[in-house]
Design a protein around this ligand. Sequence first.
Ligand code: ATP
Length: 314
Amino acid sequence: MKKVYCIGEVLIDFVAERQGSDLTKANEFTKKAGGAPANVACAISKLGSNGVFIGCVGDDPFGKFLLDTLKNEGVDISLTQLSDTFTTLAFVSLSEDGERDFVFSRGADKELKYNPNLRKNLPGNILHLGAATALLGGPLEKTYAKYLFDGLTKEMFISFDPNFRIDLWKDDEETFIKKCMPFVEKSHLCKFSMEEAQLISGKEDLHEACDVLHKAGTKIITVTLGKDGTLLSMNGTKKVIPSVKVTPVDTTGAGDAFIGCLLYQISDLGNFEPIFEDFSLVENMVATANKAGAITTTNYGAIVALPTKEQLEN
Ligand code: ATP
C-alpha cells in the first residue's frame, strides 16, 4: 500500500458544553483533537492504510495530547515537528439563535517547516493538502506551496481540500479564492463542499462550477452534498453518487472521513493511471467513501466516529 502524507494543521477545539451561551458566558468546554488534515490521516490509518501526518504542535501538554491521539489511531507521527510556540487552539460555542461564536488562537500549526529530506520519500505516494489554516500565512503557507511546487506533481498523486472556514476568512474571501487557485491547478483530485465549489469557481450551478475548476487544472472533482451524496466530475462525465441512508447525530468530520476513505482506496492501487481513465472505478470508490461519511455522522465527535475497515465492510 502506498503512503498518504497529510500535511497541515492539527489543533485543539474547545467546544462549549451548553448551547445558548456565547463565549462571554460559556464556562465549561470539552477538549477535542481537531484539524482537517490530521482527521484525514486518522481516517486512512483507521481503515488500515498508511496515514502519515506532517504538522506542527507546541511542546506543551496540548501538543502531547494531539500527538497521542493520532498515534493511538495508528497514524505515523514521526515527521511531525515541535515548536516553542503554544499549540493552536480554537474555542467554539453556539448561541441561543444557533449562531457560532468562534475565537481562534493561532500558534504552532503555522510554524511547520519544509523538510527537504522528504523529497526522496514522496514520489510514488499520495500527498493530501487539507488547507483550513494553511493559507492564512506564516511558514506553513510557504511550506505548503513548496511541497506542491517542488516538482512532485508528476511523481505523486496530489489531493486538495480547501476546507473553507467562514470564521477565518469572513471579510477576505477574495484572498482565499486567489490562494486556492494554484492548488486547484496542480492537484489531481479536489474535494469541495457545495459552498466551496461555488465560491472558488464563482458559479452557482455546480456543473458550470466543475467545468471552471477542471479548466483551472484538476482532473477529478468530488463535491460532497451531505445527505444528498457526492457529485463526481471527471473526463467530461458528471454524476451524483447517492449517499447511504442513516440517522445522523453529528456531521462533524464527515467530509474528512469521505476524502480519507477515497484516498485509502487509491493507496491500494498498483499505479495511479486507471483512476484518470475509468469513471466507473472512481464511481465505486466514491460510493464506498460516501458510506464512510455516513457512518461518521451516526456518532459524536470527528476522530472517534471515523469507521474502521470492519465497520465499513459491514
Ligand atoms: P465537513 O464539514 O466535515 O468539511 P463536508 O461539507 O465536506 O464536511 P459533507 O457533505 O457534510 O462534507 O459529508 C461528506 C459525505 O458524507 C457526503 O458526501 C455524504 O456521502 C456523507 N454524509 C454527510 N452527511 C450525511 C447524512 N446526513 N446522511 C448520509 N450521508 C451523509
